[in-house]
Design a protein around this ligand. Structure first.
Ligand code: TXA
Ligand code: MG
Length: 327
């Protein structure tokens, strides 16, 4: 993994956190907008910078699994097992809130989301800082998550005190959120750790959210959304739908699946999707940004099979295509 952050950058970023400032930090999933988890005023600045309602809970990032008991009131055996297997990594555990976590960071909930990110610059920052860092994705509320330092600048500009550049994110979609407060662990948001990986470690099936995704508190129907409207169709309707919309006067961007790579496409812009789901996940938000930049007002895409990382990709595409608040 490429790291462009120097040790003096890490020191500067840690100092900003100590002073109650906001640091954009790279993780393996997406860039986060970080603040000292134990400083309620700093945490509130995150919501302001993002334009996010303060009732939406944040994830506390920590340097190592052995700090979990500092932040959670109770750590059930399944949580320890998952932390042991997947941390550092794209897995977030929802546990009962420890006293150290202010209610500002949990949106008033008595549970707290915690993860150890798998990125050398993030881990170096967490170690240098010493405490927990609350960090949502570093985008304006409801928009596409940033996967490069340049994306963060474009989303948040001067609202961030320091951007730690750790290169492009390797995973590209957010962490998998697993609620371990119930009888059985349940996925609240599919992400970088697959359902199959979780089931292999736990030894039993793991429930996934409904398509609407409403089980995760603090999510809006439309989320992870580019400026262009996203329309999802069956794979064999992609070319016809793109042509129809283009003829209707739209500037159409197409997510072209590999099996149609050689097909003639009538559209304003085309993203040729990679074969591998890992590459698709890594590129997903960049592809959406690219079509926005090319001036598309409509993106036509189909859902991948919902296996492995396909589950997270399909979840994000559905959310991007969800109903928008009428402006
Ligand atoms: O990969 C990631 O998870 C990235 C990087 C920066 O770590 N972070 C991220 O944060 O995606 P954010 O705020 O964009 O999404 C966090 C999700 C939200 O949907 C929130 O509702 C959920 O986590 N969440 C946080 N605390 C929760 C809790 N106590 N119970 C249930 N859901 C929670
Ligand atoms: Mg987000």
């Amino acid at each position: 993994m490429r790291v462009t952050a120097t040790s003096s950058d890490i020191e500067k970023a840690a100092a900003v956190l100590r002073d109650g400032g906001l640091v954009a930090l790279p993780t393996e999933t997406v860039y986060g907008l970080g603040a000292n988890a134990e400083d309620p005023a700093a945490v509130m600045r995150i919501f302001e910078a993002k334009g996010r309602p303060p009732s939406h809970p944040l994830i506390v990032h920590i340097a190592a699994a052995d700090q979990l008991d500092d932040w959670a009131a109770e750590v059930p055996p399944a949580a320890r097992l998952l932390a042991e297997h997947f941390w550092p990594g794209p897995l977030t555990l929802v546990l009962r809130r420890g006293n150290r976590v202010p209610l500002e960071a949990t949106g008033g909930l008595e549970t707290v989301a915690v993860r150890v990110p798998d990125h050398p610059a993030a881990l170096a920052l967490l170690s240098a800082f010493g405490g927990g860092v609350t960090a949502p994705s570093a985008n304006r509320f409801g928009q596409v998550s940033p996967t490069t330092a340049a994306d963060v600048q474009g989303e948040l500009g001067d609202a961030v005190d320091f951007v730690l550049d750790g290169g492009p994110c390797e995973v590209g979609v957010e962490s998998t959120i697993v609620d371990v407060t119930g009888e059985r662990p349940a996925i609240l948001r599919p992400g970088g750790v697959t359902r199959e990986d979780l089931e292999a470690v736990l030894g039993h099936p793991v429930a996934v959210p409904s398509c609407s995704g409403v089980r995760v508190p603090g999510q809006h129907p439309s989320h992870y959304a580019p400026r262009a409207r996203v329309v999802l169709v069956a794979p064999d309707e992609i070319l016809a739908e793109a042509e129809r919309a283009q003829e209707d006067g739209h500037q159409v961007g197409v997510f072209l699946p590999p099996h149609l790579a050689d097909a003639p496409v009538k559209a304003h812009a085309v993203v040729a999707l990679p074969e591998s789901l890992a590459a698709y996940a890594r590129g997903l938000y960049g592809f959406l940004r690219e079509l926005d930049e090319q001036g598309c007002d409509l993106v036509v895409a189909c859902l991948p099979a919902e296996e492995g990382l396909g589950l997270a990709i399909a979840n994000r595409l559905r959310r991007a295509a969800g109903p928008r608040p009428s402006a």
